[in-house]
Design a protein around this ligand. Structure first.
Ligand code: F6R
Length: 599
């Protein structure tokens, strides 16, 4: 996830402070870094930026005496990681410099307009256009120029802007991307995360959506979108720097679980149909999804969803098996899902699929990763870096991308009407709220984790679209708590696993208000008749399941086919709390690596 820092103060130490504060955002992950400083003596803005680490940036940096500047770590979303795409970006005059976090949805239209007006661009980013719009709107007052600029933007942003003719000034704006302001004596700061600034201050203003801040000569003034000054709310933060890197959470995994309302939102905002315009959907008779681990489970959800919305048959294969399968007589669209984009098994399967003459589409979280260079088409999750080894936020983003893709394919194949697509999209847009509601129930989940923490084995059962949820729930549990866990299609229990059930083996049963509900209830009956404690995950309003178990976790009403998203939040938190109560090493489970680059 990108990181932003801004500083202005009396002393000429902007360069040192900006680089030091930026380093404290390294934990978020990044692929390039940059800094812009106002050199008052020369009356210019000096910009230094490059792909690579902050250390590498520092090595090529001359000492600049400056009291005002901005800095940035970039995690690529539009345009590959390289020197020109790194921030800060400048306008045509070179006097304005800007850093941006977020996604500008209407950047293509804005860029076309600016090019027609004679603007020249050097990067492939959506961010660069903002500097040029500020340039258009600038008539001597930087604050006014930024206020006018944000009126034209659609999407999400946290931006900091400086101007060579305004030493001692930074203008900051926020919309759906976090931005905090800090102050100590004559020094004022801005950052995407208070972590960056804890060494310098403990006094913060958390900017709200639509606010614009004017940092000038040691003061901060805050405005709403209409330009009306608003009273800032100062808060004192007493985190240690280490706590703060995890945003105050005990583990990265927990932080990443809690990020999901915003990562799902970002995924929706970043959906780019343009990336699919060349896809030969009309010519394909079937779809094959190939992936490993959690990504494979997302692929299984994708199977039900694509078959439902697009009417195409879908097979899902684990990547390590795909390359040994027999080639088919006809080609099909192959979708490769990989959070890292570097999983060796998935890459080997991708190469094999291409060799067999199939069209390939990658779904990944990492810009510029190997998979993006080798697949014919790529869709990005835009979930920000995932540091915990157990995949959480990237799973829900993969599932959301697959919903969007299924709708897109359904529409292009004439299987869905525009109204149907719009209606489902509206439902999908409610998912961040449903996730938030579950995150507020941590206490209940923790209590259930207490109940199961001594188990030596746990089963997860579900049907239809929540059969993959059962597999994913079991995978999360086993990898971080080291409790043996298995996921089953609920109907399979009676074909063998039922033999293992007794009071020592808890069963997590996932229900959805769809055509599988009654069958799931009778499966729960079978389980509880054997004395196994049942934890049911079901939709709010379910009055039947309590007849079988008192341990019920309710998720808000969603369209049944979307239920794997709220369900995943419960299974992630259940695994997390079980592992934590057992004292496990959560972010780095034994024997596992975040990116599996060997076959
Ligand atoms: C489980 C997990 C792994 C990965 C798998 C594939 O929590 O993270 O099962 O899902 O190794 O990795 P990617 O998606 O990077 O290809």
């Amino acid at each position: 996830m990108c990181g932003i820092v801004g500083y202005t103060g009396e002393s000429l130490e902007a360069e040192e402070i900006l680089l030091d504060a930026l380093k404290r955002l390294e934990y978020r992950g990044y692929d390039s870094a940059g800094i812009a400083l106002i050199d008052e003596g020369e009356g210019v803005v000096e910009v230094f930026k490059r792909a690579g680490s902050i250390e590498e940036l520092k090595q090529g940096l001359p000492p600049v005496k400056s009291k005002t500047g901005i800095s940035h770590t970039r995690w690529a979303t539009h345009g590959v990681p390289n020197d020109v795409n790194a921030h800060p970006h400048t306008d045509c005059s070179g006097k304005i410099a800007l850093v941006h976090n977020g996604i500008i949805e209407n950047y293509k239209a804005l860029k076309e307009r600016l090019i027609a007006e004679g603007h020249q661009f050097s990067s492939d980013t959506d961010s660069e256009i903002i500097a040029h719009i500020v340039e258009e709107n600038y008539h001597g007052n930087l604050l006014d120029a930024v206020m006018k600029t944000v009126e034209e933007l659609k999407g999400s942003w946290a931006i900091l802007v400086i101007h060579a003719e305004h030493p001692g000034e930074i203008v900051a704006a926020r919309h759906e991307s976090p931005l905090v302001l800090g102050k100590k004596f004559d020094k004022v700061f801005a950052a995407s995360d208070p972590t960056a600034l804890l060494k310098y201050t403990d006094q913060f203003i958390f900017m709200e959506d639509g606010q614009i801040a004017h940092l000038k000569d040691g003061t901060i003034a805050l405005y709403d979108l209409k330009g009306k000054e608003v009273e800032p709310i100062w808060q004192r933060i007493t985190w240690s720097v280490e706590d703060a890197e995890k945003g105050g959470f005990e583990h990265y995994m927990l932080k990443e679980i809690y990020e999901q309302p915003s990562t799902i939102h970002q995924c929706l905002q970043g959906w780019d149909e343009g990336a699919l315009s060349e896809l030969n959907i009309e010519g394909t008779r079937s779809i094959t999804i190939v992936a490993c681990g959690t990504s494979y489970h997302a692929g299984l959800v994708g199977k039900y969803v694509i078959e439902t919305f697009a009417g195409l048959p879908v097979t899902v294969e684990t990547a390590s098996e795909y390359r040994y399968s027999s080639p088919k007589d006809f080609s099909s669209l192959h979708i490769f899902i990989s959070q890292s984009g570097e999983t060796a098994d998935t890459l080997a399967a991708l190469r094999e699929a291409k060799r067999r003459g199939n069209e390939t589409l990658a779904i990944t979280n990492v810009m510029g990763s190997t998979i993006t260079r080798e697949a014919h088409h790529t869709l990005y999750l835009r979930a920000g870096p995932e540091i915990g080894v157990a995949a959480t936020k990237t799973f829900t983003s993969q599932v959301v991308i697959l919903y969007l893709l299924a709708l897109y394919i359904g529409k292009r194949r004439g299987k869905l009407l525009s109204e149907e697509v719009e209606g489902t999209l509206r439902e999908i847009k409610h998912l961040p709220r449903a996730v938030e509601a579950i995150l507020s129930k941590e206490e209940e989940i923790r209590n259930l984790a207490e109940m199961i923490k001594e188990a030596t084995s746990i089963f997860y059962i579900g049907r239809f679209v929540n059969y993959p949820s059962a597999l994913e729930g079991a995978l999360k549990m086993k990898e971080i708590s080291y409790i043996h866990a298995e996921g089953y299609p609920a109907g399979e229990l009676k074909h063998g696993p039922l033999a293992l059930l007794d009071s020592s083996l808890p069963v997590v049963a996932i229900l959805t208000d769809d055509h599988t509900y009654d069958k799931m209830l009778s499966n729960i009956g079978e389980v509880s008749a054997r004395g196994s404690p049942v934890i049911a995950i079901t939709e709010e309003g379910d009055r039947e399941v309590v007849k079988y178990t008192e341990h019920v976790l309710y998720y808000p009403k969603v369209m049944p086919i979307l239920s794997p998203v709220p369900v995943a939040i419960y299974t992630q938190l259940l695994a997390y709390w079980t592992a934590r109560l057992r004292g496990c090493e959560i972010d780095k489970p034994r024997n596992l690596a975040k990116s599996v680059t060997v076959e």
